[in-house]
Design a protein around this ligand. Structure first.
Ligand code: F6R
Length: 614
C-alpha cells in the first residue's frame, strides 16, 4: 500500500521518480507527490488523483524541476485523511527544509502530535505521516545530523513504516528506514536508489539490498551506509535481482490484467520447474524443511490468507484433506488474529500471500509462530516480510504481477497447493501411487489446456457483452469448485463494480433463490464429476425462477442447451484439477465485462495491490 521511491545521482531526479512511481502505481493511486532539492531549496510538487496529474505539473514546471538531481516520491493509498493535496506526501516541517515520504501507519501519531504541537509545530494535514516530518525536524535541530535525527525519531514512533527523508541543510543525501514495511536499496554507478518495492528501481539497476527492520540507510550519489538502531554499522548484502524490466511492460496487451491472464500457461510451467519433472518421480519441494516424521504425525493444518489468496487456500484445504486425510481449517487472517485459535506445535500453519506483505496474514503467522507451530509460507515474493517468518517456503514463481486484480499469482498459488498436497501424500503414503501419477501427468499437460481457452475466447466475449449491463451476478458451484465461484465473483466485482456473489449451489435454495428473476444472471461452474448432477438440479431450480443461466463446463452434454442460454466450454479435465482450468474463463469474463464498461481495469477504485495495514 502506497509506494516510495528515492533517487540521488547525476540524472534528472524527477524523471526517475516519476518512472518509479509509474511502476508502483498498482500499490495505490489516490494522490502522489515528489520532493526535490532545487538550487539548494527543498520544494514539493503534489497532485490529487492519478499519477498523470502529477506528471502534468512536472511537465509544466520542467525547466525548473529538471535541475534537481535528488528527490523522494510517493504514491498514496489513503489511510489517515481523505485523498487531497494537503494529505498527499511528501510532508514537511514548520520550516519546510525537510521532506518525508512514508508507507505504513504510525499508531501513536495522536500522542506525538499533541507533544509536537505543544512545541510549536503546526500541522497542515490530517495524516499520521506529518508527525514524522516534525519529529525528525526537531531531532535534526538538536543534532544537526540527519541520520541521527531519523534514528532518534524512530525510537519514539510506534507502528509500521518505511520512510525516506531529505533535508536541504544536508545536500545530496537521502536517509531511509523501515519497520514492518518493505524497503529496498538500489545500487548504481554514481547514483543510488531507494524504493518500497523492486519495480521502483528495476529499470535502473538489478543490484539491490533489502533493508531489515530498524536499519537506517544514508545514501549519497557515491556511497551507501547502513546502521542498526543502536548505531552499529551493518555490512552491505548486495544481491542480484532476478526480475526483468520487461515484466513491467504490457507487451502489446491493452491492460496488464489481460497480459497476466495470458501468461498463465507459462506460469504453470514455471511453478512445476524443478519441483515436478515427470509423472513417475516424486515432487521435490526443497524449501519445505518440516521433518518427514513430523509431517506424518501432523494432527492439523491451519491456512490463513486474505482475498484471492484465501480462495487458493480453500482449494488447498480440499486437496490436502482428500490426499492426506489431515484436517485442514482455512480462515481469513483478519478473523484468525482476533480469536483464541487452537494452534500448537503439532499444527502446521500455512500463510498464503502473493505479496508477502499483507498485514493481517503477517500478524496471523507471527501469532502461530509464538505458539510453536511450524510456519509454511506460500508466496510470490520470497524476499517479503512474510517469507522471513517462514520455517518452510513454497515460492510460487509468478513473476511481477502489476494488475491489482490477481490472476496469474492465483494460478501459481493453486498449482503450488497441488504440489504441496502431492508432496505430503507421498511422504505420508496416503494415496495410491497410480492416482498420483495420473494427477502429475495432468498437471504437466495443463498449460496446453489453458492455451486452448486463451485462443478461443469468442463465447466468453459474447457472454461478457451480453451481460455487461446487469447490476448483479451470481456464481454457483459445489465441491472443489466452490472457491472457483467465489474467485470468479471477486474478480468481477473488484474490476467492474457489479454486485457479484459466489454461492455453494446447494445453498441457493436456503435464501439467495429469493433474489432470482430475469434480471439476475446465474453462472454455474459445472465440471464433470461427483457433483455434476447435483449442480444441474440446482441450475434447474434457478432456471425455474427465470434467472438468466450461463454454464461453464467441460461437458458436451446436449441437455445443457435447453437449460443455459450461454455455454462456455473448456477442455475436459479431472474434477480434482478442474479449479486450475475453470478459473481462466472467469478471469476473462470479468476482464471483458469491465473493459466493455470502460472501467480502469488495472487500477480499480479504492483498491491497492498489497494491503499492508490491518
Ligand atoms: C484480489 C486480490 C486481493 C488479494 C488480497 C491478499 O484480486 O488480489 O484480494 O488477494 O489482498 O493479498 P496477498 O495475496 O498479497 O496477501
Amino acid at each position: 500500500m502506497c509506494g516510495i521511491v528515492g533517487y540521488i545521482g547525476s540524472n534528472t531526479a524527477a524523471d526517475i521518480l516519476l518512472e518509479g512511481l509509474t511502476n508502483l502505481e498498482y500499490r495505490g493511486y489516490d494522490s502522489s507527490g515528489i520532493a526535490l532539492n532545487i538550487d539548494g531549496k527543498v520544494q514539493l510538487f503534489k497532485a490529487q488523483g492519478k499519477l498523470q496529474n502529477l506528471k502534468n505539473i512536472v511537465q509544466n514546471n520542467y525547466a525548473e524541476i529538471s535541475k534537481s538531481k535528488i528527490g523522494i516520491g510517493h504514491i498514496r493509498w489513503a489511510t489517515h485523511g481523505v485523498p487531497s493535496i494537503e494529505n498527499a506526501h511528501p510532508h514537511t516541517c514548520n520550516c519546510g527544509r525537510l521532506a518525508v515520504v512514508h508507507n505504513g501507519i504510525i499508531e501513536n501519531f495522536k500522542e506525538l502530535k499533541v507533544k509536537l504541537e505543544a512545541q510549536g509545530c503546526t500541522f497542515r494535514s490530517q495524516t499520521d505521516t506529518e508527525t514524522i516530518a516534525h519529529l525528525v525536524a526537531s531531532k535534526f535541530a538538536q543534532t544537526k545530523d540527519l541520520t541521527e535525527a531519523v534514528r532518534l525519531a524512530t525510537k519514539e514512533i510506534e507502528g509500521a513504516y518505511a520512510i525516506a527523508v531529505i533535508h536541504q541543510d544536508v545536500e545530496g543525501t537521502i536517509v531511509a528506514t523501515r519497520r514492518n514495511a518493505p524497503l529496498v536499496i538500489g545500487f548504481g554507478e554514481g547514483e543510488n536508489f531507494v524504493g518500497s518495492d523492486i519495480p521502483a528501481l528495476i529499470q535502473y539497476t538489478k543490484k539491490a539490498m533489502y533493508l531489515d527492520d530498524n536499519q537506517i540507510v544514508t545514501m549519497t550519489a557515491d556511497s551507501v551506509k547502513v546502521i542498526d538502531s543502536d548505531n552499529n554499522p551493518v555490512a552491505l548484502k548486495i544481491e542480484n535481482l532476478p526480475w526483468e524490466p520487461v515484466a513491467l511492460s504490457k507487451m502489446g496487451y491493452k491492460h496488464f490484467m489481460l497480459k497476466e491472464i495470458h501468461e498463465q500457461p507459462d506460469i504453470v510451467r514455471n511453478v512445476l520447474t524443478g519441483k515436478l519433472s515427470t509423472s513417475d518421480e516424486p515432487v521435490i519441494l526443497k524449501e519445505v524443511t518440516l521433518d518427514r516424521e513430523k509431517l506424518k504425525d501432523l494432527s492439523r493444518i491451519q491456512i490463513v490468507a486474505c482475498g484471492t489468496s484465501l480462495h487458493a487456500a480453500m482449494i488447498g484445504k480440499y486437496i490436502i484433506e482428500d490426499f492426506c486425510g489431515v484436517p485442514v481449517d482455512v480462515e481469513p487472517s483478519s478473523e484468525y488474529i482476533y480469536r483464541k485459535t487452537i494452534t500448537d506445535e503439532n499444527t502446521l500453519v500455512i500463510g498464503v500471500s502473493q505479496s508477502g506483505e499483507t498485514a493481517d496474514t503477517i500478524t496471523a503467522v507471527r501469532q502461530a509462530k509464538k505458539k510453536g507451530s511450524h510456519i509454511l509460507i506460500v508466496t510470490n515474493r520470497p524476499d517479503s516480510t512474510m517469507a522471513r517468518e517462514a520455517d518452510s517456503l513454497v515460492p510460487v514463481n509468478a513473476g511481477i504481477e502489476v494488475s491489482v486484480a490477481a490472476t496469474k499469482s492465483y494460478m501459481a498459488q493453486v498449482i503450488s497447493f497441488y504440489l504441496l498436497a502431492i508432496y505430503m501424500a507421498e511422504v505420508k503414503n496416503s494415496m495410491p501411487k497410480e492416482e498420483l501419477t495420473d494427477l502429475k501427468h495432468e498437471l504437466v499437460i495443463l498449460p496446453q489446456k489453458i492455451e486452448k481457452i486463451l485462443t478461443n475466447k469468442d463465447e466468453i466475449q459474447k457472454c461478457a457483452r451480453k451481460f455487461s449491463s446487469f447490476k448483479d451476478f451470481i456464481f454457483v458451484a459445489r465441491g472443489i469448485n466452490f472457491p472457483t465461484a467465489l474467485e470468479g465473483a471477486l474478480k468481477l466485482k473488484e474490476i467492474s463494480y457489479i454486485n457479484a456473489t459466489g454461492y455453494s449451489a446447494g445453498e441457493l435454495k436456503h435464501g439467495p433463490i429469493a433474489m432470482l428473476d430475469d434480471s439476475m444472471p446465474v453462472l454455474a461452474v459445472l465440471m464433470k464429476g461427483k457433483v455434476y448432477d447435483k449442480i444441474l438440479s440446482n441450475a434447474e431450480e434457478a432456471k425455474a425462477r427465470n434467472a438468466r443461466m450461463i454454464a461453464l463446463t467441460d461437458s458436451e452434454d446436449e441437455k445443457l442447451e435447453e437449460l443455459f442460454e450461454n455455454i462456455i466450454r473448456i477442455p475436459e479435465i479431472s474434477e480434482i484439477l478442474s479449479p486450475a482450468l475453470a478459473i481462466v474463463p472467469l478471469q476473462l469474463l470479468a476482464y471483458y465485462i469491465a473493459e466493455f464498461l470502460g472501467k480502469d481495469v488495472d487500477q480499480p477504485r479504492n483498491l491497492a495491490k498489497s494491503v499492508t495495514v490491518e
